[in-house]
Design a protein around this ligand. Structure first.
Ligand code: PEP
Length: 250
């Protein structure tokens, strides 16, 4: 049985105090989480403050990106060890905004995934098609290509420590959520890909989150699908009530 995992991606929002207040509000409600794992992913500058705010609670802190090297002359970058050092336990990798706005390739995502796993950080690896790709019926191929490219060289033990997030690009920040059937169809394809790549036992353990305009009102229907094991939440994770409502639905 996979434990549901709800992660909030705060993107480039909030300021130190509002980030700390939001994290503290989520942590204060953690007695109600039941069997749900929860993480918040603030901007890098606030990781340490947010880690302090949730310390002693089950809320995990995640970063939104990292670099694959361990140390050295890489101006502006942060390594997995640095993220661990300030209290991170997970890291979002290959988010569509990084792939499409910042031009990140599968190869770059793959290097980061391997570096995160080697360091002991849980990667949340995002895959998802654009609207044009969906309309051209390329969803399965695009998602498979991103999956194989981003997880190349990840062994079975590492795979069970990895989280996949299916995030259709057309549903991110647009208010256009995938229907439970649309999302489940891709999650089920991803589960089959995991079975082929590893085996049924490994595939059964790997959590696949859905992301794209998840709100308290649509979370229950999405999360009740057999292959949807949680959510990566953007906009609705910026308010305690809506984020906690999604956790409640899980
Ligand atoms: C995201 O940023 O990963 C995301 C899913 O955003 P939103 O929930 O705002 O669509």
């Amino acid at each position: 049985m996979r434990r549901p995992f709800i992660a909030g991606n705060w993107k480039m929002n909030l300021r130190r105090q509002s980030a700390v207040d939001l994290a503290a509000a989520v942590a204060a409600a953690s007695g109600e989480f039941g069997e749900v794992d929860v993480a918040v992913c603030p901007p890098s500058t606030y990781l340490a403050s947010v880690a302090d705010a949730v310390s002693g609670s089950p809320v995990a802190v995640g970063a939104q990106n990292m670099y694959h090297e361990t140390d050295g002359a890489f101006t502006g970058e942060l390594s997995a060890a640095m993220l661990l050092d300030v209290g991170c336990r997970c890291v979002v990798l290959g988010h569509s905004e990084r792939r499409h706005v910042l031009g990140e390739s599968n190869q770059e995502v793959n290097a980061k995934v391997l570096a995160a796993l080697t360091a002991g950080l849980t990667p949340i690896v995002c895959v998802g098609e654009t609207l044009a790709q969906r309309e051209a019926e390329q969803t399965t191929d695009v998602v498979a290509e991103q999956f194989y490219g981003s997880l190349a060289g990840v062994n079975a033990d590492q795979a069970v420590a990895t989280v996949i997030a299916y995030e259709p690009v057309w549903a991110i920040g647009t208010g256009k959520v995938a229907s439970p059937d649309q999302a489940e169809a891709v999650h089920s394809d991803l589960r089959k890909i995991l079975q082929n790549q590893y085996n049924a036992e490994v595939a059964d353990q790997i959590r696949i989150q859905y992301g794209g305009s998840v709100k308290p009102a649509n979370a229950r229907d999405l999360l009740s699908q057999p292959n949807i094991d949680g959510a990566l939440v953007g906009g609705a994770s910026l308010e305690p009530d809506s984020f906690l409502g999604i956790i409640q639905a899980a």
